[in-house]
Write a protein that binds this ligand. Structure first.
Ligand SMILES: Nc1ncnc2c1ncn2[C@@H]1O[C@H](COP(=O)(O)OP(=O)(O)O)[C@@H](O)[C@H]1O
Ligand SMILES: [Mg+2]
Length: 270
């Protein structure tokens, strides 16, 4: 399959040790790649770097971010703005803090719609309701009048996912999208990602510190350790024969937990 994204990414902050060193990631069209690493390993930095959102934090990118034939690392900010939210979208960890508490859901969706559809501004409601049914939210106009505080956390995450796919992005970056959710809601959201990937043929970078949810969703996994990819390959292969001590330790931590499902039950990929 054709590569949609291919990176060689280095990131530095002024006066700090290197945050990411030559991170190579490849995602094919329609593929879900899992990115796993402990807290502080640089996962969110990768997400922000891919969208070129590090500048205002002082982070500097070197290397390349090839996306559909263009090097995003070299694009002007104006060009990048056209890509963010329309071709590459981002879903974050805490749904309720990602929504503006004083604006109705509908208002926030309308704004997101207009950002890339100025000529077709009136169509947002129709699009929003269509997406609500796709993400299993009530596809009713009254739902658009709700404020974020009137939603459960799971519903808020579904609203954000609907907003993220509003412009049918080719790549969805999900940074710990289930970490703030309870176990049942977590598995529902994972199922939703699986469905969206199939129905929309949307590629995803699924970021998590939780190897088990990643294994249940992704056919390929990259392991990040202190800003370096230490291993990347097919999920099944990695569980069978981890290449590095670090991956082995991650797997053993999973296997030691008697309440965790066994990895073999999770790997449903052929
Ligand atoms: N604005 C910043 N300035 C300097 N260092 C930062 C900044 N943001 C993150 N970092 C550093 O980058 C490293 C990786 O952070 P992050 O990408 O958030 O990790 P993760 O998402 O895997 O938990 C950490 O050591 C963090 O301290
Ligand atoms: Mg993070």
């Amino acid at each position: 399959m054709k590569n949609l994204l291919s990176t060689r990414l280095t990131v530095d902050y002024p006066n700090k040790p290197r945050i990411l060193g030559d991170v190579e990631l490849e995602i094919a069209e329609g593929e879900i790649l899992g990115l796993v690493g402990e807290s502080g390993s640089g996962k969110s930095t990768i997400a922000l770097a891919l969208l070129r959102l590090l500048d205002h934090k002082g982070g500097k990118i070197h290397g390349e971010i090839l996306f559909d034939g263009r090097d995003l690392a070299k694009l002007r900010e104006k060009e990048m703005r056209k890509i963010r939210g329309s071709e590459i979208a981002l879903v974050l960890q805490s749904p309720l803090s990602s929504l503006n508490p004083v604006l109705k859901i509908g208002t926030q969706i309308a704004e997101a719609w207009r950002a890339h559809n100025p000529g077709n501004a009136k169509q947002w409601k129709e699009e929003a309701l269509g997406l609500f049914s796709l993400v299993s939210l009530p596809a009713e106009p009254s739902f658009l009048d709700r404020y974020p505080r009137q939603l459960s956390v799971g519903q808020a995450q579904r609203v954000l996912i609907a907003m993220a796919i509003l412009h049918k992005p080719r790549l969805l970056i999900a940074d710990e999208p289930t970490s703030a959710l309870d176990a049942i809601t977590q598995s529902e959201i994972l199922e939703l990602f699986r469905r969206l990937n199939r129905q929309l043929n949307m590629a995803m970078l699924f970021i998590s510190h939780d190897l088990l949810s990643v294994a249940s969703l992704c056919s390929r996994i990259a392991i990040l350790q202190r800003g370096q990819i230490v291993e990347c390959g097919a999920t099944e292969q990695m569980f069978r024969e981890p290449r590095t001590e670090d991956t082995r330790a991650l797997l053993q931590a999973v296997l030691r937990n008697p309440f965790a499902a066994q990895p073999t039950e999770l790997i449903s990929h052929g």
